[in-house]
Design a protein around this ligand. Structure first.
Ligand SMILES: [Zn+2]
Length: 498
């Protein structure tokens, strides 16, 4: 009897050894940190039927210095990384970051008591959405984890000759936008910036600067200067080597001091005074056999884009008397190369591409604007590859697919200051007019087919996948508000670069 029991127990033990067949500890990776933690080896796992590496969620959490919470009933794991909250669900490719879904190529699994996260999550998703940087060497299976990953590291001051120079020190060149709309405040946005907030907490007066503080948003860093009313002129000197921005504050006219306004001088490549807006290219996305996105009720994006583009054209001509070139004025296919070529050949001074957004979640909505620049890091390039591979059929990737639809060249680098400024103006104007969520200005780095030789932005006006926004998109009065927002932004551009 005893012998038989133990044989059964042995059989059971053998069976237990066979159960986790699906999960194989295939290899390990070396993880090195730049925040003083000792290097370690972390298992890389395989799951049957998947051609990808997996890492246990507990290892991922340690690597990211994240908190983790496992909800067994909903089979979700919640990682808290800094302020971001990241949710992965077992047996899905969806990662929800602060409420916004992102798709991975590979599903998260649950095997043998562990949540198994695709390595892709660390290399691409976490790299994009947390302040940490990762670099992966496939050959040696070595993962380098950038500690806090700050790329905006320090602020310094110099005062001489009646001017104050505030230098923002960075570890890589970042695109900036300076906003002086609020009297007494200079707000500098650094796209893709990860700022060491503590290093920017300056409370004592330095020349014209009374106070400095920094904030981190999900994607960008912001540095705010409280400045004396005496400082009414501002210039930004940008250097890539070493990467830094110098904000030069000077005394200007007494009227400006009275009004509390700050004039921005010498900004951007076209600051020499040649940026005059005589002709604008309005590009209605998609067309012909390319319908773009489609709403639940069968409304095609190409038709909405054209209706909005036409309204924009009419309003620009009526209000500003500026010539408008359309890349298409009927339902026909125009290829990417041709679109920017039309704008270049006509000598347009601005390029506005009109699109609608879409997402598998009907509740997602809002307005966002893009200016485009080349992918600047490995994570960005990986994302770009993913988006390019995702193709048009994968509806889940739809919200990003427009960005590849208009592809800019390095040529756009020359116009980044103006493009980002224009995108910021458009975003501000739409926020006050449209009554839908502002999803912000986004910088996307996708490879280019052909360059628009002018400042260029892409508008994702609203979501066709959201029933309430779909009704707005086909409503002529909403289309008119969009057009008026574009007109107001062009006016601001004329004022800024006059
Ligand atoms: Zn589109």
């Amino acid at each position: 009897m005893v012998a038989r029991m133990s044989r059964r127990a042995l059989g059971f033990a053998l069976l237990l050894m066979l159960v986790p067949l699906a999960l194989r500890a295939a290899d390990s990776m070396e993880v090195v940190y730049d925040d003083g933690r000792a290097p370690e080896r972390v298992p890389l796992l395989r799951v049957d039927g998947e051609d990808a590496w997996f890492v246990r969620a507990s290892d991922v959490a340690r690597l990211l210095r994240a908190t983790q919470f496992w909800n067994a009933s909903s089979r979700k794991i919640v990682l808290g990384v800094g302020k971001a909250r990241i949710v992965l669900t077992v047996d899905t490719r969806v990662v929800v970051i602060d409420g916004e879904p992102v798709m991975m190529r590979t599903e998260t699994h649950y095997e043998d008591g562990s949540v198994l996260v695709p390595l892709e999550f660390i290399l691409e998703t976490a790299g994009q959405h947390t302040p940490r940087g990762f670099s992966w060497d496939e050959e040696s299976k070595r993962l380098a984890v950038g500690g806090a990953g700050f790329n905006v590291t320090q602020v310094s001051f110099s005062t001489a000759g009646g001017r104050t120079v505030v230098t923002l020190h960075m570890t890589e060149p970042l695109i900036h936008h300076v906003d002086t709309a609020t009297p007494g405040l200079v707000r500098i946005k650094l796209y893709g910036g990860r700022v060491d907030v503590r290093a920017f907490d300056v409370r004592e007066e330095r020349g014209f600067v009374e106070k400095v503080r920094a904030e981190q948003s999900e994607r960008d860093a912001f540095v705010t200067l409280d400045v004396s009313r005496e400082a009414t002129r501002l210039r930004v000197d940008r250097s890539d080597n070493p990467p830094q921005l110098e904000i030069v504050l000077e005394r200007g006219s007494s009227e400006d001091a009275e009004a509390g306004t700050i004039q921005i001088v010498d900004e951007g490549a076209s600051a020499a005074g040649e940026f005059v807006i005589d002709r604008i290219c309005v590009d209605a996305g998609h067309g012909g056999r390319d319908n773009g996105k489609e709403s639940g009720d069968g409304v095609f994006e190409k038709d909405v884009n054209l209706a909005i583009a036409r309204t924009i054209r009419d309003r620009i001509m009526e209000e500003l008397g500026i010539e408008v070139i359309m890349t298409r004025d009927d339902d026909r296919m125009v290829d990417l190369f041709e679109r920017t070529e039309i704008a270049n050949t006509a000598g347009c001074d601005l390029f506005v591409s009109v699109h609608c957004n879409s997402w598998f979640n009907r509740g997602t909505g809002g307005f966002e604007s893009y200016f485009l620049s080349p992918a600047k890091d490995e994570a960005g390039k990986a994302l770009q590859r993913f988006e390019n591979e995702a193709g048009g059929d994968d509806h889940a990737a739809a919200s990003k697919s427009d960005v590849q639809f208009i592809l800019w060249d390095l040529v756009q680098n020359e116009y980044i200051a103006e493009s980002s400024t224009f995108a910021e103006y458009v975003q501000q104007e739409m926020t006050s007019r449209l009554g839908i969520q502002s999803r912000g200005v986004k910088q996307a780095g996708f490879v280019v087919l052909s360059g628009a030789k002018m400042p260029a932005v892409l508008l994702e006006v609203a979501f066709l996948s959201n029933p309430a926004e779909e009704r707005l998109l086909v409503d002529p009065s909403f289309q008119r508000r969009v057009a008026d927002g574009v007109v107001a932004s062009i006016r601001k551009m004329q004022d800024r670069y006059r």
